[in-house]
Design a protein around this ligand. Structure first.
Ligand code: PBG
Length: 334
């Protein structure tokens, strides 16, 4: 018998059943983290212009959104605050009556089983829009750590299940871990934005959260998109300092970095599928240029394939629906 001179890869693609049986990666509803913008004020349900389907919510309207999340079996949300008052040291980020602290209490009272993650940063709360304290145009590192730690502790006191610091100051994980431990929150995990690039893909988020820097940019603290080795150092520092999860952000232009971090570190990895990545797909889908469901599920499984355990995405509710309707374990098979 003569040996085939080429491989028959198509044998294992010949039916939906076979394809499904050998599928290597899956997206599960348990993987999803849904971001919610809570805004100080009353009777607010504002759609973010650059993010169709994403809203700012005041607490008196938030129940509607929470029901949509819980009904789909999504188990985790991350809260971003949009405060009324801003000042140069971001006081409303660490006030017990801050919008995030109120939001956490609101959600935990009604849905104790929903995991509430608090984004820990100052940029939405400072009048200059930077993630730390600014002096003479410089973003001060160590002085910012103190305020970020206060923010994290007040979020834990309000009932946050997980603290997610996104500020990119050096040493923030160590400082926050120490602060949480001293305040008695030894069991509260830190989901660190360990590898966060200075990305244009955050544009729509800054519309939603009113958090653009008034002057300058974030390039002295967020990473240069051209750098790969630097991501290993950032991830290693956060592991060393006591992080419990590592976030890589953005996700889709940085799948290589997710893979790299996966191979070097053993902590759970979270892919942050950021606002600009959401808006681009939405815009194309609204024009009828792409099939939204198919594109979204392909993107989701690509983050899992790259090595992510969890996916933080504005598409979480849609993905949960697709998973429920789909027959293909989470990957669209048209
Ligand atoms: C706050 C923060 C940002 C995002 C999450 N937390 C904005 C930024 O760093 O400018 C971006 C999220 C997104 O684009 O979806 N530091």
């Amino acid at each position: 018998m003569t040996k085939a001179t080429f491989d028959r890869h198509r044998r294992l693609r010949s039916s939906a059943q076979i394809r499904s049986s050998i599928r290597e990666n899956h997206v599960r509803v348990e993987d999803l983290i849904y971001p919610i913008f809570v805004k100080e004020g009353e009777n607010i349900k504002n759609e973010v212009a650059s993010m169709p389907g994403v809203y700012q919510w005041s607490l008196d309207r938030l129940e509607e959104e929470l029901q949509e999340v819980v009904r789909r079996g999504i188990s985790s949300i991350i809260l971003f605050g949009v405060p009324k008052e801003k000042d140069d040291v971001g006081s409303s980020a660490y006030s017990d009556e801050g919008i995030v602290q109120q939001g956490i209490r609101f959600v935990k009272e009604r849905y104790p089983n929903l995991t509430v993650i608090a984004d820990t940063c100052l940029c939405q709360f400072t009048d200059h829009g930077h993630c730390g304290v600014v002096h003479d145009g410089e973003i001060l590192n160590d002085q910012s750590l103190e305020l970020l730690t206060k923010t994290a502790v007040s979020q834990a006191q309000a009932g946050a299940d997980i603290i997610a610091p996104s500020n990119m100051m050096d040493g923030f994980v160590a400082a926050i871990r120490k602060g949480l431990d001293e305040a008695g929150f030894v069991h509260t995990p830190i989901m660190s934005y360990a590898v966060k690039y200075a990305s244009a893909f955050y544009g729509p988020f800054r519309d939603a959260a009113h958090s653009s820097p008034k002057s300058g940019d974030r390039k002295t603290y967020q990473m240069d998109p051209a750098n790969r080795r630097e991501a290993f150092r950032e991830a290693a520092s956060d592991v060393e300092e006591g992080a419990d999860y590592l976030i890589v952000k953005p996700a889709l232009s940085y799948l290589d970095i997710i893979r790299d971090v996966r191979e070097r570190e053993d902590l759970p990895i979270v892919a942050y599928n950021v606002s600009g990545e959401y808006s681009m797909i939405k815009a194309a889908a609204q024009n009828g240029w792409v099939n939204e469901e198919a594109i979204v599920m392909e993107k989701m499984v690509s983050m899992k394939r790259a090595g992510a355990d969890l996916i933080l995405t504005y598409f979480a509710k849609d993905v949960a629906d697709y998973l429920q309707q789909g027959e293909n374990g989470g990957t669209s098979d048209e």
